[in-house]
Design a protein. Sequence first.
Length: 137
Amino acid sequence: MNGIGNWFRQLGAKIVAGTRSFMQGRYGTDKLNTAILVTGLIACFLAVFIPLPLLNLVFMLVSYILMGWAIFRMLSRNTYKRYQENRKYLRFVERIKDREHRYFDCPRCRQPVRVPRGKGKISITCPKCREKFIRKS
């Protein structure tokens, strides 16, 4: 009986080592991948519970596309590009969660500028190019 247990332990170790070897140099998973997979699962569940055949097909296709995109991102070797995508997603989510500030883009250099909400019309100076512009916060 002990021999079978050792055999399973060795098999598990070989599978883990093979997986590590396969994933070496690949991007893996991140917050954006998690959001894509959750959205794909929600679309899949909606497809199951919607009785209309055409809408059902659309939701199933959307779920397959989203899950395929998540797998593509996870197995990608272009880690810099995947990192940049995740960074943009995290910045977008942070902007949505931030209820105390408004974000404006500088008209000259497109630098995002954060200002407090509820101050009325204010003059904003871009920290990068020193361009002054007026916006309602």
